[in-house]
Design a protein around this ligand. Sequence first.
Ligand code: B12
Ligand code: SF4
Ligand code: SF4
Length: 283
Amino acid sequence: MEKQLLVDELLKLWKNCAGNAVSADDALPGCEGLIMYEEPIFGVSSAQDPIYVTFQQPEVVGPNFMLPEEWLPGARSVVSFFLPFTERVRRSNVGNPEETSPEWLHARIEGQNFLDDYTRAIADWFRARGAQACVPSIDDRFAVKPTPLPEGHPKGVHIASNWSERHVAYASGLGTFCLSRGLISVKGVAGRYGSVIVTEDIPADERPYTGIYDYCIMCGACARYCPAGAITVEGGKNQILCRQWVSGVTRRRYDPRYGCGKCQVGVPCEHQIPNPKFSKSLS
Ligand code: B12
Ligand code: SF4
Ligand code: SF4
């Protein structure tokens, strides 16, 4: 199937998928009807792309990373997408490092619920065409666990899932990593990624980059805004400190929601590729 036809169909599904607006029942004060995401962008990779095997190396994701073929026997393609947060969600979370905005909390929790529903709808659409489809993020086998790095590695341990959406998006041409360890797409870093593995052949997208940090300008703005001191220009991002803040401090404060994302707003990579070498070549 041609990529543009696929994109047209997936955009139709996105428009018909309920839940991108926060309902009155769920809304924190002032957030009723909040639209969380802008239109998604899509990337496709071959399920046989050798890059997936490299993700099983300890320093990349780790041996727990399951190949597309292991999730779905007969897998041919991986469809990855990025849902950029709307301007209202992004602007609301700029400033005051100590407080996560209610809009961002909704985008983290109700936003993920919407993303799960949208991913299910994509999988069902492929199934209705006679293909098979698997959504690792909502599959019973999905797991996140600490993975030791080789001895002497300065970071010691990865907190790694067996299906890393950022690595899949990187493989599918959607973008590159950055100092804060988000994945920057043409629509920036503020938003969420999802993916579906299918048995249908779809032409793979090119990766318009060669380095894993090509889109980042290493300006250090994300490090200045991080309330947990988890990011340094010299050392990158410390996942343990970030996790203590996101899953500890913010969860206690905003339970049942949580989230932070101060490293993703008010920064040059918020909604665009900040590296002019790459943003020019794409415009
Ligand atoms: C566990 C987890 C966390 C943990 C640990 C984060 C982490 N860095 O892994 C904690 C709780 C700290 C966390 C925090 C947050 N998370 Co989180 N998290 C995840 C989860 C579930 C798994 C991540 C994972 O598997 N990591 C694997 C490890 C190995 O990744 P890594 O160490 O960064 O990878 C490095 C190496 O691979 C290295 N490398 C070395 N050699 C090579 C060679 C090659 C070829 C490559 C490609 C790379 C490479 O480069 C990478 C970058 O340095 C994903 C969802 C998913 N299923 O993917 C979401 C996810 C990463 N989180 C996300 C978000 C938004 C957040 C928060 C902003 C929370 C919030 N919403 O308020 C924060 C901040 C994250 C940030 N700054 O990037 C988004 C990221 C969106 C984006 N734009 O990038 C994801 C993808 C969820 C989603 N569905 O969109 N998260
Ligand atoms: S704020 Fe600057 S250093 Fe941090 S991820 Fe964005 S471009 Fe890279
Ligand atoms: S999400 Fe993590 S790395 Fe980003 S600003 Fe918050 S604590 Fe720091």
